[in-house]
Design a protein around this ligand. Structure first.
Ligand SMILES: Cc1cc2nc3c(=O)[nH]c(=O)nc-3n(C[C@H](O)[C@H](O)[C@H](O)COP(=O)(O)OP(=O)(O)OC[C@H]3O[C@@H](n4cnc5c(N)ncnc54)[C@H](O)[C@@H]3O)c2cc1C
Length: 442
């Protein structure tokens, strides 16, 4: 049996990016994926002429960010990204641009004026206050906000928390809202002057560095795979069932077994104890102490174009919080000619009856915009896990090193920064740092 330099377990975006980085650094890599297709929750597929993504996706931080760094260094084929447009908030029956700055807050009449003033002060303190380390904000938004806010304001804050982490404002750390700002400042290595801070607070438009990949999110997965050099073997439909460490690693699947000097694991860290014997008790406990959120996504194919604004909508006071992304506005080829495709994403509760959730979510959609019901000609449901661990105040993220020499972890449950594909990309950069530190990569 020949020995691989590295076996990568799991072919989602983090496993694929890890495979790319390792192979382009000269390592002979075997990638093992249990599903028939690569991509994990970064895939697209066609039904009835519509191209459906595994959940509505907006790709962040392509001007300064980890995916951009990886694309620049390793991709030989790159996706084409188009701008996302604005975030719109549907609150108190009206659609308004998201209030990124004081000017936005001034016109944000769904929330009482006194609350808006308090929120702007909170925004200033969090973005530019005395604390410089995001870790200092590991208290929940609920605790930070305190008492006295109006019911609409609390709903707004709670909805934003669900949008950012999949959990309520009682569980979402304030650090989640600070993280983007600090990254941008750090990457430019500048001190921000008082004048610039004030200018930002007054006029800065947020989330401008947000995009959608033409052709659907599958093009990200396809670009990574097309950038693989020859020294990569890929086996799909093979589930890894055990990882044993002897002189080398033996990785067993439901089909065969393989050996390698190092292993990179990108499945759920919480499942690692069932694959690897002899993990220390504390580590076992920590990797299993994660909160996994599930999303219900409803894709509607509409015979008329009813969403005319470029961007996406956050519904605060519908019967359930909802994020609406009309993906065919970014790329008309995702829907049959003249039709519109929109994804509606809802967070599922810890325990749920999926049929009941689907019914309630559809009711929420149709009661918020009644004309949608007559315009629908296609419905598709998805029940998905957006990230392997939500960033809550009580979650500990274990990073890339495992307690077993030569076994590394990557993926959205190893790094808390940012969200989704950006977060997966951060985890791959962490892996590279760990491999360099251990002299496995130069
Ligand atoms: C509804 C929804 C909305 C989203 N919105 C956004 C967004 O707006 N922006 C954004 O950037 N991201 C978004 N995401 C999240 C993003 O798609 C994911 O966070 C990212 O793709 C996760 O990549 P991953 O590789 O860490 O995990 P996964 O995609 O889960 O990949 C893990 C892979 O490992 C495989 N595997 C697991 N165990 C084994 C085993 N034992 N043997 C072999 N293979 C195994 C799995 O089959 C899977 O393919 C969204 C996701 C959803 C579902």
């Amino acid at each position: 049996m020949s020995i691989y330099d590295v076996i990568v377990v799991g072919g989602g975006v983090s496993g694929l990016l890890s495979t790319l980085v390792l192979s382009r650094n000269g390592k002979r890599v075997l990638l093992l994926e249990k599903e028939e297709q690569l991509g994990g929750v970064c895939r697209s597929y066609k039904i009835d002429g519509y191209t459906i993504d595994t959940g509505p996706h907006i790709i962040t931080r392509l001007q300064h960010g980890p995916l951009k760094d990886l694309m620049d260094d390793y991709f030989t084929v790159k996706p084409t990204f188009v701008p996302h447009g604005k975030y719109w908030v549907r609150l108190a029956g009206k659609l308004k641009p998201f209030p990124w700055n004081i000017r936005g807050w001034a016109g944000f009449s769904g929330i009482p004026l006194t609350d808006r003033i308090r929120l702007v002060k909170m925004l200033y303190d969090v973005a530019y206050g005395a604390k410089t380390n995001p870790e200092d904000y590991n208290i929940s938004l609920g605790e930070y906000a305190g008492d006295g806010f109006n019911e609409n304001t609390l709903r707004f804050l709670d909805c934003m928390s669900y949008f950012m982490t999949g959990t309520s404002m009682q569980e979402t750390p304030v650090a989640r809202f600070v993280d983007a700002e600090k990254y941008k400042m750090k990457s430019r290595e500048e001190k921000v002057s008082l004048i610039r801070k004030i200018h930002s607070l007054l006029f800065k438009e947020g989330a401008i560095d947000q995009t959608y990949p033409l052709g659907g999110i599958q093009t990200i997965t396809d670009s990574i795979i097309a950038s693989f050099p020859d020294n990569v073997d890929v086996h799909t439909s093979e589930q890894v069932t055990a990882i044993e460490k002897g002189k080398q690693f033996i990785v067993s699947t439901d089909v065969d077994s393989y050996s390698a000097y190092n292993v990179v694991y990108s499945g759920f860290a919480s499942e690692l104890p069932s694959l690897v014997k002899d993990l220390p008790g504390d580590y076992r406990k920590n990797v299993q102490n994660t909160k996994v959120i599930r999303s219900l996504v409803i894709w509607l194919g509409l015979k008329d174009c009813l969403f005319n604004k470029l961007g996406s909508e956050i519904w605060v006071d519908s019967e359930k919080y909802c994020w609406v992304v009309p993906t065919s506005n970014f790329d008309s080829n995702l829907a049959p000619r003249g039709k519109q495709l929109a994804g509606f994403s809802f967070i599922l509760p810890d325990r749920y009856d999926i049929e009941k959730e689907k019914k309630e979510a559809l009711n929420a959609i149709y009661s918020t915009i009644p004309v949608l019901e007559d315009a629908v000609e296609f419905i598709h449901f998805q029940d998905l896990v957006p990230e392997k661990a939500a960033w809550t105040v009580s979650t500990e993220f274990m990073g890339s090193h495992s307690p077993i020499d030569g076994l590394y972890l990557v993926g959205t449950d190893t790094e808390k920064k940012s969200m989704g594909i950006t977060r997966a990309s951060y985890s791959v950069l962490n892996l590279v740092d760990a491999l360099k530190k251990d002299k496995i990569l130069q």
